[in-house]
Design a protein around this ligand. Structure first.
Ligand code: EPU
Length: 444
């Protein structure tokens, strides 16, 4: 397994320019939406990441012809010969992703049956799918557990309904949108997630002919239609990738221009970046390529109190890279993780490198959350600044994995980071981008 190790010679500030592509948490879902159309769809600015490959394989199994378009990073998805796939084949292609659950509605509409394999994804909490299954049943689907997954059918069709999510789950909201757009009648969803990636998925569905109203109070109303056509869409940029490289610039005292980044998707992050003492500049000149430059302006960074939350709050996926930067801030910072119950385990590795981070079961920072009375270490206290030293690190999950890389780039000495291929799930060409920014890295 030596080729799954990255050797990082740390201590060099990142300098230079990279590009962020379409969002990892939108692109695979837009690919799934293509199943609903009766003509081909075109998706632009598709990142070369493993999650896209997994969905490409899954769609292929169901008879969707997925080919590279004429433009770079363009995919053409042709669903005209859609069919049922065998569950054994689906299991092989599902990989460690959570996307297969989102195929339910489209497959029920198009072929009347869906097999959903046991799901993968990062181990950052229980990650139940009860909201998804509850909603599908409300639409009239039958869900049967069987070895290796679930069989889902809709003998009497799918019908619009009134739903209310116990928590504004991104995945469950997407599930409901992808099912409701072609269900008979009207669906009303309360307490929906309204992340920019959800709004972008709604834009995709609207281009296909769907009728979806987003109200101000997390209520979404969907009028089912009988047919949808293909779409052509350029996704929103990956705001997690942007925040990850921005945090890397801060932690290494560097200066990074991220082409493709947009201010409107990053507002909450930019507020925090400024509070901590980072500097940024938006390039939105007419005719220009667009982007945001992030840099460490010198002097000391400042400690902050933060909590992760659903949109428009501070994203849970911004948490890990920002915590690495906070190890360099002067004073005591607090990070209260309220979206996933087990997303702070990676701080042990940072402590091994010289950081001073303690985790607590209590809700620190003011607002009580769902995890407060339970046995989860979901609040972190970060005392800084700490000099970081190189270490041997094993990547636990996607976002924590990238934060290990940031820590290794900021640390003095040579780190060996094991399991880096997991990062390919969500970060396009991360090794080439590190090198382009002057990080000294090589395969172990
Ligand atoms: N939840 C339930 N039951 C459900 C569904 C969710 O209890 O049926 C809970 C979860 O356990 C969690 C909370 O609701 O505590 C939020 O989960 P959500 O459903 O919003 O997350 P998701 O759709 O599984 C997506 C992203 C995550 C991102 C979250 C929150 C994708 C593929 N994944 O996950 O991204 O952190 O929304 O924004 O879109 C990542 O990119 O590394 C990643 C984990």
């Amino acid at each position: 397994m030596t080729d799954d190790v990255l050797v990082v010679h740390g201590g060099t500030p990142l300098h230079g320019q990279i590009r962020a592509r379409g969002a990892k948490n939108l692109v695979p879902k837009a690919m799934v939406a293509a199943l609903l159309g009766d003509t081909p769809s075109r998706l632009h600015d598709v990142p070369a990441i493993r999650d896209v490959e997994i969905v490409r394989g899954l769609l292929g199994l169901h008879g969707v012809r997925v080919t590279d378009g004429a433009e770079p990073c363009e995919l053409v998805l042709d669903p005209t010969n859609i069919e049922c796939a065998s569950s054994d084949e689906i299991n092989v292609h599902a990989g460690s992703s959570r996307i297969p659950i989102l195929l339910c509605g489209p497959l029920l509409h198009r072929v009347g049956h869906a097999f959903i394999p046991d799901l993968g994804g990062c181990n950052i909490g229980g990650r139940p799918i009860d909201f998804h299954l509850g909603a599908l049943r409300e639409f009239g689907a039958l869900v049967e557990k069987r070895a290796g997954g679930m069989d889902i059918t809709s003998p009497n069709g799918l019908h619009g309904c009134k739903l209310s999510l116990p928590y504004p789950s991104v995945g469950a909201t997407e599930q409901i949108l992808l099912t409701a757009v072609m269900a008979e009648g009207v669906t009303e969803l309360r307490n929906a997630a309204v992340e920019p990636e959800i709004i972008d998925l709604i834009c995709v569905l609207q281009k296909m002919g769907a009728i979806i109203r987003v109200r101000t109070d997390r209520v979404i109303e969907i009028e089912g239609v009988r047919r949808l056509r293909g779409y052509s869409h350029r996704p929103i940029p990956d705001r997690i990738e942007v925040a990850s490289w921005a945090s890397a610039a801060l932690a290494t005292r560097g200066d990074v221009m991220i082409r493709g980044a947009r201010q409107v998707d990053m507002m909450t992050f930019l507020n925090t970046f400024t509070s901590v003492g980072g500097a940024f500049e938006v390039d939105d000149r007419p005719g220009a390529d667009g982007g945001i430059r992030f840099w460490h302006p010198g002097g000391e960074l400042r400690a902050v109190v933060l909590e992760t939350d659903v949109h428009p709050g501070f994203m849970t996926d911004w948490q890990q890279p920002m915590v690495v930067a906070l190890t360099q801030a002067h004073g005591i910072s607090i990070m209260h993780e309220t979206v996933y119950e087990r997303r702070l385990g990676y701080t042990d590795a940072l402590n091994q490198m010289g950081a001073t981070i303690q985790t607590y079961r209590e809700c620190l920072g003011g607002t009580p959350c769902r995890f407060g009375r339970r046995n989860f270490r979901h609040s972190a206290v970060i005392a800084g600044p700490s000099k970081l030293y190189a270490a041997d690190l094993v990547i636990p999950d996607l976002r924590a994995g990238f934060s290990h890389l940031i820590a290794a780039m900021a640390a003095a000495g040579t780190s060996r980071v094991y399991g880096v291929d997991l990062i390919k799930r969500g970060y396009e060409d991360f090794e080439a981008k590190m090198a382009a920014l002057g990080a000294r890295v090589e395969r172990g």
